[in-house]
Design a protein around this ligand. Structure first.
Ligand SMILES: Nc1ncnc2c1ncn2[C@@H]1O[C@H](COP(=O)(O)OP(=O)(O)OP(=O)(O)O)[C@@H](O)[C@H]1O
Ligand SMILES: [Mg+2]
Length: 262
C-alpha cells in the first residue's frame, strides 16, 4: 500500500463557525495504481488532493485524520520531512500550466528544478540528461530545443507536457494531477491522457487523477472514487462503477455523460 487516507476531515476556519469541506474520507492507493476522483464543483476533490500534497494553508484550514504515505503519516511528520517528499516522492500537476511555469526561466531549468532541490549531489550534466530524457518521454519532438525555450514559445498542450516532465524527473511514487487537462481542447486532452497512461506504465508511478469529466476518468482510471459535498459517495473498480453504479448520485452523473464522448 502506497497511500492510505483515513478519516480525513478538513475544516475551513475563516468564518465564524468552522465549515467542514471534506468529511471522513477513507481510501487507499497501491503502487502503480491510477485512482480517479470525480465529482461536481465544490465536492472537495482539490482539498483532498492538496491535503495529500501538503499544500493546504495551515492557518485557515484544520485537518483531521491520517494520510499514510509508505506508512508515515504526512499529517504528523515534521515539516522538514514533508518538504523532503514534496516534489520528490510526491509530485503535483495542476490545471493551468502557464501560471505554474516561470515565464522568465528557460524550460530546461524548470524541468530540472526538483533535482536541484532534492538531489544536490547530481552534476549539472546528469541533471540535463535526466531533463532531456523526460522531455523525450513526454513526446517532445525536439527535446533539446524545448530545453532552451521559454514557456511563451510553447502551446498549452506542450506546456502541460513540460509540467508532467518536471513532475516526473525525480521519479516520484505518487503523481497528483488536479484537472490537468481542463484548460486544454479536447484533442489535446486525449493526448495528455494517453501520455499519463504511458508514463504510469513506464515508471509505475501511482496517479491520483482528479476531474469532473467522467469520460476522461473512465479512460484513465483503474479505480474510481465519486465525491459529493465532501464525502465519498461510491468507490470501486472503474468498469464496475460505470457498468453497475450502486448509488443514485453516481447513476445520475453517468447518465449525464454525452454519448459521443464514450
Ligand atoms: N476560502 C474558502 N473558504 C471557505 N470555503 C472554501 C474556501 N475555498 C474553498 N472552499 C470550499 O471548499 C469546498 C471544497 O472545494 P474544492 O476546491 O475541494 O472542490 P473541488 O471538488 O475541487 O471543485 P472544482 O471541481 O470546482 O475544482 C467547496 O465547497 C468550496 O466552496
Ligand atoms: Mg478542484
Amino acid at each position: 500500500m502506497l497511500l492510505e487516507v483515513k478519516d480525513l476531515t478538513i475544516e475551513f476556519h475563516d468564518h465564524d463557525s468552522p465549515e467542514k469541506v471534506v468529511k471522513d474520507v477513507d481510501f487507499s492507493l497501491d503502487k502503480g495504481e491510477i485512482l480517479g476522483i470525480v465529482g461536481e464543483s465544490g465536492s472537495g476533490k482539490s482539498m483532498t488532493a492538496m491535503a495529500i500534497a501538503g499544500l493546504l494553508p495551515r492557518k485557515k484550514l484544520k485537518t483531521f485524520g491520517s494520510i499514510f504515505f509508505e506508512r508515515k503519516d504526512l499529517l504528523k511528520i515534521p515539516r522538514s520531512e514533508l518538504r523532503g517528499l514534496q516534489g520528490d516522492e510526491i509530485s503535483v500537476i495542476f490545471q493551468e500550466p502557464m501560471t505554474a511555469l516561470n515565464p522568465t526561466m528557460k524550460i530546461g531549468k524548470q524541468v530540472e528544478e526538483s533535482l536541484f532541490i532534492h538531489h544536490k549531489d547530481m552534476s549539472d550534466g546528469d541533471r540535463k540528461k535526466v531533463a532531456l530524457k523526460w522531455l523525450e518521454n513526454v513526446e517532445m519532438d525536439d527535446p533539446a530545443r524545448v530545453y532552451d525555450a521559454y514557456p511563451h514559445e510553447l502551446s498549452g498542450g506542450m506546456r502541460q507536457r513540460v509540467m508532467i516532465a518536471a513532475a516526473m524527473v525525480s521519479e516520484p511514487k505518487l503523481l497528483i494531477a488536479d484537472e490537468p487537462t481542463t484548460a486544454l481542447d479536447v484533442t489535446v486532452q486525449a493526448e495528455i491522457i494517453k501520455l499519463l497512461l504511458k508514463i504510469n506504465e513506464l515508471s509505475k508511478v501511482a496517479v491520483l487523477f482528479i476531474s469532473h469529466d467522467l469520460s476522461l476518468i473512465r479512460q484513465i482510471s483503474h479505480n474510481v472514487m465519486v465525491m459529493q459535498n465532501g464525502v465519498i459517495v461510491e468507490k470501486g473498480d472503474t468498469d464496475m462503477i460505470f457498468e453497475s453504479p450502486k448509488e443514485e448520485y453516481t447513476k445520475r452523473l453517468i447518465a449525464a455523460i454525452p454519448e459521443v464522448r464514450l
